[in-house]
Design a protein around this ligand. Structure first.
Ligand code: TGC
Ligand code: FAD
Length: 392
């Protein structure tokens, strides 16, 4: 891969809206991406391998549980700080951001929000340090957009429950030490519990042959009469609102993260357009290329303003799930469109790994589907503005 020459673009001076602490966090994560992720990520993606050696460094820069309180090993930061971390990491690669957002929003968040004090003490400090990694099992082979119809279930067996079923498309599953699993009890109510690697009957086969998120490990969670102690069940929540609350946090992070991928594509295309000459002058001088660049920076700027406002609402505990859906949908779609146009601007050079654009583009094809598809988020907005449910 070519040297990482990335330069940040901030057309409306949104940096002025950040605190000194936010800027310090941004700089720390940006340097980590330049030094540790950019030089190796293309090779790992080509080999379809997760760079597990990055886990320690990710923990050190505070990427695991930024907004979890310090008493549980987190960093007690606000939601803008969390967003900034996601944006900088996804500038490097969506798969690395995935690992960090799953650990923070889908594993640490539910344990902190719904777990017992013993569960918090047992898991959170280790998860924050990256000494323990987690994954989140909601999607099933036959239930993706409609998780309420899940069939994974457990029955009461005295001091433990017996868990059966399967989850599919689970980020981090192949190497996770623990899995936050959403399953139905005998009354058909959804509950969350923690399954630990090594429990008899629990396996995590890896999903191969992905063309997207190749540097992220994806797998299944298979439960064959797994005995889970009752103390591993979250006491604080029942129903679909449990897992959907976790998704609010992860989707919010993705709405920031997608801007990172878009910025990297825009920055690469802009630089290339100044250097590449055809018909005796830089291609950036042609109107058709300028249209692409002008539209890219316009959309990036709108997205930057959107997430900043959403972050302030989140800090005030006022962000609604529908507002988060709008930002996730808009920003991922924006990034995907920019990646496709940036790829074209590099001509043939756009398809090879020397440049990051094609990798971002392929990654974003997953990001537009996971955490609620593009269609599902549109329907959430549609229901919010009309009051009419078009899902069923
Ligand atoms: P519905 O009847 O609307 O709601 C059931 C209950 O949930 C409540 N609720 C929410 N609570 C918190 N946050 C939200 N966003 C919520 N949305 C709904 C709702 O109030 C109700 O509560 P209660 O108390 O009345 O029971 O549910 P539904 O079955 O009609 O489904 C609605 C729908 C389709 C929007 C929802 O299920 C959905 O969002 N589907 C998409 C599934 C999805 O996003 N899956 C993601 C899996 S995880 C993942 O992809 C990780 S990728 C990670 C990475 O690598 O980064
Ligand atoms: P489906 O739900 O079958 O949807 C297929 C198509 O139908 C989509 O276009 C969808 O928009 C459309 N559709 C569905 N319902 C409607 C409707 N009512 N109206 C109109 N159109 C509709 N899940 C986890 O639980 N944990 C993870 O860590 C995780 N990581 C993932 C990593 C990757 C790389 C990928 C690809 C997925 C991951 N997922 C994870 C799963 C992801 O959340 C699901 O793929 C997603 O929710 C969509 O479900 P599905 O793939 O079953 O598609």
């Amino acid at each position: 891969m070519a040297a990482d020459k990335f330069q940040y673009h901030d057309y409306y001076l949104t940096e002025d809206l950040l605190t000194e602490e936010h800027r310090l966090i941004r700089e720390t994560v940006r340097q980590f991406v330049k030094k540790e992720i950019s030089p190796i990520i293309e090779e790992y993606a080509q080999r379809a391998e997760f760079p597990s050696h990055l886990i320690r460094g990710l923990a050190e820069i505070g990427a695991f549980g930024p907004y979890i309180p310090a008493e549980y090993g987190g960093h007690g930061l606000d939601h803008i700080a969390y967003g900034i971390i996601m944006q900088e990491l996804e500038r490097g690669d969506s798969g690395i951001r995935s690992t960090a957002s799953v650990q923070s929003s889908l594993v640490m968040f539910p344990i902190w929000k719904f777990g017992s004090e013993e569960q918090k003490q047992k898991y959170l400090p280790k998860l924050a340090k990256g000494e323990m990694m987690g994954c989140f099992g909601l999607t099933e082979p036959n239930h993706g957009s409609d998780p309420g119809s899940m069939t994974t279930w457990f029955r009461d067996a005295g001091d433990h429950v017996v868990l059966n079923g399967a989850k599919m498309w689970i980020s981090n599953a192949p190497f996770a030490d623990i899995a936050v699993v959403w399953a139905k009890n005998e009354q058909g109510e959804i509950q969350g519990l923690v399954a630990e690697r090594g429990m008899e009957g629990f396996s995590t086969p890896e999903t191969h042959s992905k063309w997207s998120l190749r540097a992220s490990a994806t797998g299944e969670l298979v439960f064959d009469n797994v005995k889970v102690p009752k103390e591993n069940i979250f006491p604080g929540v029942k129903g679909l609102k449990g897992p959907l609350s976790c998704l609010n946090s992860a989707r919010y992070g993705i709405s920031w993260g997608a801007i990172g991928a878009a910025l990297d594509c825009y920055d690469t295309a802009l630089r290339y357009s100044m250097e590449r000459e055809q018909f005796g002058r830089p291609i950036g001088g042609f109107q058709l290329q300028q249209k692409k660049l002008a539209e890219m920076i316009t959309e990036i700027t709108k997205a930057q303003l959107l997430v900043w406002r959403l972050g302030t609402l989140k800090n005030e505990d006022k962000a609604t799930p529908a507002q988060i859906s709008m930002a996730k949908r808009n920003n991922v779609d924006m990034a995907l469109t920019i990646a496709r146009n940036a790829r074209q601007m590099l001509g043939g050079m756009g398809i090879i790994g020397e440049y990051s654009i094609m990798r971002h583009m392929m990654n974003l094809e997953s990001v537009v589907t996971y955490e609620g598809t593009h269609d599902i988020h549109l329907l959430i907005t549609g229901m919010d503005v009309t009051g009419l449910n078009a899902f069923k």
